[in-house]
Design a binder for this molecule. Structure first.
Ligand code: TTP
Ligand code: MG
Length: 605
């Protein structure tokens, strides 16, 4: 890949500026030479156009009717052809360079955004809508591409055409030249007036588009729920309302554009007519030559029409500016530092954890964990039990530093957790998340996802066996190369969970966290996984979150959480011996089990 597009070598944070034009200029780092080349080519093309008119003037005034020779005529004809070729070549070159600049800049920008969004914090992603992020990384980036490809270069072209032609005209006849541009300040004023309004209208249009793509994205993810509740009509109405709003805003935006055109067209047209008329009078009076008049009529078009286009470009640039703002809002967000840490650990973790009055809350709302204190020796298994919403997931999410605890002290192998680099923790801690997620790739790719090395088929199978999923995979025609997800087979909830367990086991973490990892698995399979895990838990600190007593009773220490607090702590035997939630759950679950057995027995009879 070309160096200029590689994201690792370039930090787009530099391109964040309150001055949007400056920011856009900075975004072009590495491509500015190309852009200047494009502008220079334009200048050459514009100059040759003007020279063509001067040649025409020379022909009319000095050659025509002066007993011209065939040689002179040929020379002049060649001159016209040469100039046309010259202009064409440089117009082409300029377009090409501009396209390279624009595509190059946004290629890099897209890569950067993708990488950047992945590195933002969990908190950021909790609060941002996927659809909105997608829209900013596509539609807004595309608006920036248009800015670099058409608008930035277009402005250069217009300024050059204007400057060159006006300078020459001023030299030919300054009075006529000045008369021809009296309308220009007015056009600029009108453009600025529209620029402000179009910016606003476009911003609100893009916002609505983001809302719409969020709605679309959410409804696609939740299409099963929509169907299950037969809420298609309701969702359609909601979408239609949002879409109607977008239509309204789009119409308003177009209205602005369509108002701008006739106003400036009339102004420009009148200006040109007046210029032609006055010029003709001057030519008749002999103030200017006929050749000058002809050159003037050619050149004045290249002053007036570009000015009209300048207005259009200024108006269109406002869209680029708005998109710039929307994209840099993401770029401005701080990345989660992955490798930074005041402590640089050596080798693997032992896995000794000490919680001392640890408190935690998500964005300073109500506390989620309150003064959690316990200790866990290396290699121990620790279980968390508690009603839903009691804070179990939140507690284990602190360990890989997905979130930062807000009070107390949490040490890992004797060092405060906040001193560890996140990347190291995430390599050492394996977490089977409560909601399993698989990529739309093969099962093999999903299982080997977290391992940064080549793994043998035997290793993959061993992990899959331990997670009690090997036999299921073996039934697929493509085995481990079966595609899962949208383009392949759909796995059941329990099967997904087991693939995710295999993935985590394969990464061989020092601390293993199973967050309700077997919630979608039947009791028999859970037993098989548990038996396999017991062997694998040896030598690593393990956190088990589960709702079944059978899953947690093997732990060396069981914590019972309620509303973010530890209400009971001890081994299975200790907790059974005391009154409390644990014994209640135990009694309830055994009673259900006994009744179930009785039912099964009676059916069997
Ligand atoms: P959890 O820690 O998710 O509760 P839990 O894991 O014990 O529950 P379950 O058995 O259902 O998995 O949530 C504790 C509280 O924190 C709960 O009130 C929701 C809140 N919370 C957030 O505000 N943001 C989050 O990202 C999460 C995960 C939880
Ligand atoms: Mg949970």
């Amino acid at each position: 890949m070309a160096l200029a597009t590689s994201t690792s070598s370039y930090d787009l944070k530099n391109a964040v500026s309150s001055n949007r034009l400056r920011g856009l200029w900075r975004m072009m780092t590495g491509f500015r030479l190309k852009y200047l080349g494009a502008t220079l080519s334009l200048a050459l093309a514009a100059t040759s156009k003007t020279v063509t008119y001067l040649l025409l003037r020379h022909y009319v005034d000095d050659v025509l009717g002066q007993g011209e020779s065939a040689g002179t005529l040929l020379l002049i004809a060649l001159g016209f052809v040469g100039l046309a070729l010259f202009e064409g070549t440089f117009t082409f070159l300029s377009g090409r360079l501009a396209a390279q600049t624009a595509e190059g800049v946004v290629l890099r920008l897209r890569n950067y955004l993708f990488d950047h969004i992945q590195r933002l914090s969990f908190t950021y992603h909790d609060h941002s809508q996927t659809g909105e992020l997608v829209q900013r990384s596509t539609s807004d980036v595309d608006a920036l591409r248009r800015f670099f490809a058409d608008q930035a270069i277009g402005v250069g072209r217009i300024v050059l055409l204007f400057a060159i032609n006006l300078t020459v005209l001023l030299n030919l006849n300054w009075k006529l030249a000045l008369f021809s541009v009296i309308v220009v300040p007015l056009i600029v004023l009108i453009s600025v007036f529209f620029f402000k309004r179009v910016s606003k209208a476009y911003e609100s249009y893009q916002e609505q588009e983001a809302t719409l793509s969020s709605t679309l994205q959410e409804n696609l993810s939740g299409v099963r729920v929509v169907k299950a509740f037969a809420r298609q009509a309701y969702e359609r109405d909601r979408f239609e309302t949002d879409n109607w709003e977008k239509f309204q805003r789009g119409r308003q935006l177009l209205m602005m554009h369509s108002l701008y055109w006739p106003v400036t067209d009339i102004l420009c047209g009148l200006q040109m007519l007046a210029g032609f008329f006055v010029g003709a009078l001057m030519a008749i009076n002999g103030t200017i030559t006929v050749g000058t008049y002809m050159a003037y009529t050619g050149m004045v078009i290249w002053i007036i029409w570009p000015m009209r286009n300048l207005g259009r470009l200024i108006v269109q640039m406002s869209t680029g500016m708005v998109s710039y703002g929307r994209v840099t809002e993401i770029i401005e967000e701080e990345r989660e530092p992955l490798t930074a840490g005041t402590y640089s650990p050596n080798g693997d973790l032992r896995g000794e954890l000490v919680f001392q009055d640890v408190c935690f809350e998500y964005d300073s709302s109500s506390p989620v964990l309150k003064e959690i204190s316990f200790r866990c020796e290396p290699g121990q298994a620790l279980a968390l039990l508690g009603s839903t919403g009691s804070g179990k997931t939140s507690l284990v999410n602190l360990l890989p530093r997905f979130y930062e605890y807000t009070g107390g002290s949490l040490t890992l192998d004797g060092v405060e957790l906040s001193a560890y680099p996140r990347e190291y923790l995430r390599q050492q801690i394996g977490i089977v998340e409560q909601e399993p997620f698989l990529f739309s790739r093969t099962i093999r790719e999903n299982i080997t996802y977290g391992v940064g090395r080549d793994v043998s088929q035997a290793e993959i199978e061993a992990a899959a066996r331990a997670a009690a999923i090997h036999d299921v995979i073996a039934t697929f025609p493509d085995g481990y190369d079966t595609l899962v997800g949208e383009k392949g087979v759909t796995l059941s909830g329990g099967q997904k969970q087991r693939v995710v367990i295999a993935r985590t086991l394969l990464s061989d973490p020092r601390i293993l966290i199973l967050d309700d990892a077997t919630s979608s698995v039947d009791a028999g399979t859970e037993g098989a996984i548990r038996a396999a895990l017991e062997g694998l838990m040896q030598g690593r600190t393990t956190f088990i979150i589960a709702h079944r007593i059978q899953s947690v009773m093997i732990a060396d220490l069981i914590l019972v959480l309620d509303k973010g607090q530890i209400v009971q702590k001890g081994t299975h035997q200790e907790l059974l011996a005391q009154p409390g939630i644990y014994r209640e759950i135990y009694d309830l679950q055994t009673r259900i089990d006994i009744e179930l057995e009785r039912e099964v027995a009676s059916v069997a009879l």
